[in-house]
Design a binder for this molecule. Structure first.
Ligand code: PMP
Length: 455
């Protein structure tokens, strides 16, 4: 290539260098994981494409896990893998923490599910109400998606309105009314200033009159929507830390606008903290200075068991109380399951302010180490608390349109390469540390990452 060739793009050279090694990386993965390959083949006979959970799909196939202890996984081939994913950030204490195992075993010995409440539900709800400024009442669900579904239904019941405002690029789980414009492709968004809801899945019926999609971090667009649709908006749902948008935090003016618009129109402001709650003792909202009306929760509040939670102002949640007029119903055979509640309580009680401090300092150490390695490279490190993300993009991300430029193929390949070296991150290079993560594991990971990108 000549020095005057304007098509020369150093970022593409960088990403292309790893992509050129794709066959070698995949060959090595296959060599290391024959048992996982065989299990994947068996799974294809009974699960669609071999999977029952989208997030774990990988090319060429996912590793099958036999065991997790602390921050270390053992796969079906007996390989030892250091976990920097912890089931999509849900295990803040690592795997099989003795305090959680003890609480779960104690409950299992007394029975795992009853057609009646247990004291465990009051105990976990109490811990959440104590920590979250927005929480006066809580209802538990079995997943973050269900928490979002119930949060929106409560908001609609409370306001008597239909329209939900969500932001382009935000993921809030699998409920139909939020699976719009989660990852719309460039062709679908490029021309529009005002995003149109783009279905993120087959099988969705329609967004008309139900969902309004706006650009993230665009306070003006939010203000305009309030002018135009104010009387129809039941809720504005947003993430205080946005996983799919490169793990960025909302800009302060945008956050303030969201609160102001909801106050002015009577809409319910929902913070989706399914992931974000684990960044601090008072959740992400504790550090943002804006308090929502409802917080949706999941992941770490269940201590590794299936869970979700809707926490919020009594005035809103009491529409689901017995005897409320136009009552919002919320049934569920396993809601507030006693084993889940016990695991969640053991986990949150272990996460004291004194524990958060070193945990988040460890997160910062990982981010700082990655930043040092990425200096001069077209990679950016994002995150806060115990969470981090490696974004394959030269500049900062502010909204979904920026994420369209992220080299996702590079991220997925880098994730596979790290897996062959014994380090587990998501395909999108989202990672986290737990209280079980050791200095040695961090050093090993930082070295493996440096080897990968500096080679
Ligand atoms: N909201 C957010 C912000 C999430 O990250 C997720 C899951 N990653 C969900 C909702 C859905 O939670 P679940 O997978 O437990 O249904």
């Amino acid at each position: 290539m000549s020095a005057t060739d304007i098509s020369h793009d150093p970022a593409n050279d960088f990403f292309g260098a790893l992509k050129a090694r794709a066959p070698e990386i995949e060959r090595r993965y296959r060599e290391l994981t024959p048992a996982s390959a065989a299990l994947h083949d068996a799974a294809k006979g009974c699960l669609p494409g071999g999977y029952s959970r989208d997030a774990v799909i990988r090319t060429p196939y996912a590793p099958y896990i036999e065991k997790g202890e602390g921050a270390v996984l053992a796969d079906a081939d007996g390989r030892r893998i250091v976990d920097f994913n912890f089931n999509a950030t849900s295990l803040a204490l690592g795997h099989a923490d003795p305090r959680v195992v003890g609480a779960v075993n104690a409950q299992l010995g007394r029975g795992s599910a009853f057609y009646a409440p247990t004291r465990n539900v009051i105990e976990l709800a109490g811990v959440i109400c104590e920590r979250l400024a927005s929480a006066e009442r809580v209802r538990f669900t079995n997943s973050g998606s269900e928490a979002v579904m119930m949060g929106l239904r409560l908001a609609r019941g409370h306001t008597g309105r239909n329209l939900i405002v969500k932001f382009e690029g935000s993921y809030h789980g699998t409920y139909d009314d939020v699976q719009w414009s989660v990852s719309p492709p460039k062709a679908a968004v490029a021309a529009a200033n005002e995003p149109k809801p783009i279905a993120d899945s087959g099988g969705l019926v329609g967004a008309k009159g139900r969902v309004l999609v706006l650009r993230f971090n665009d306070a003006d667009a939010l203000g305009r929507a309030a002018e135009q649709y104010g009387d129809d908006i039941a809720a504005v749902i947003m993430e205080p830390l946005t996983n799919r948008l490169g793990l960025i935090s909302p800009k302060p003016d945008f956050l303030a606008a969201a609160r102001e618009v909801c106050d002015r129109t009577g809409a319910v402001l929902i913070f989706d903290e399914v992931i974000a709650f684990r960044v601090g003792y008072n959740g992400a909202q504790g550090a943002l200075g804006v308090t929502p009306d409802i917080t949706t929760l999941g992941k770490c509040i269940g201590g590794g068991f299936p869970v979700g939670g809707v926490a919020g102002r009594a005035e809103v949640l009491e529409v689901s109380a017995p005897g409320a007029s136009d009552r919002v119903s919320h049934a569920g055979t396993f809601n507030a399951n006693p084993v889940t509640m016990a695991a969640g309580k053991a986990t949150l009680e272990a996460l004291t302010p004194e524990v958060f401090e070193p945990l988040n300092a460890t997160g910062e150490r990982v981010r700082a180490g990655l930043r040092e390695t990425c200096e001069g490279l077209p990679l950016r490190i994002a995150g806060t608390g115990s969470l981090f993300k490696i974004n394959a993009l030269e500049r900062e991300i502010a909204d979904h349109r920026d994420t369209l430029e992220v080299d996702k193929a590079w991220q997925e390949l880098a994730s596979l390469a790290l897996l062959t070296e014994g380090y587990f991150l998501s395909k999108t290079l989202l990672g986290c540390v737990s209280t079980a993560t050791t200095d040695e594991q961090i050093e090993g990971f930082l070295e493996a990452f440096a080897d990968l990108v500096r080679r």
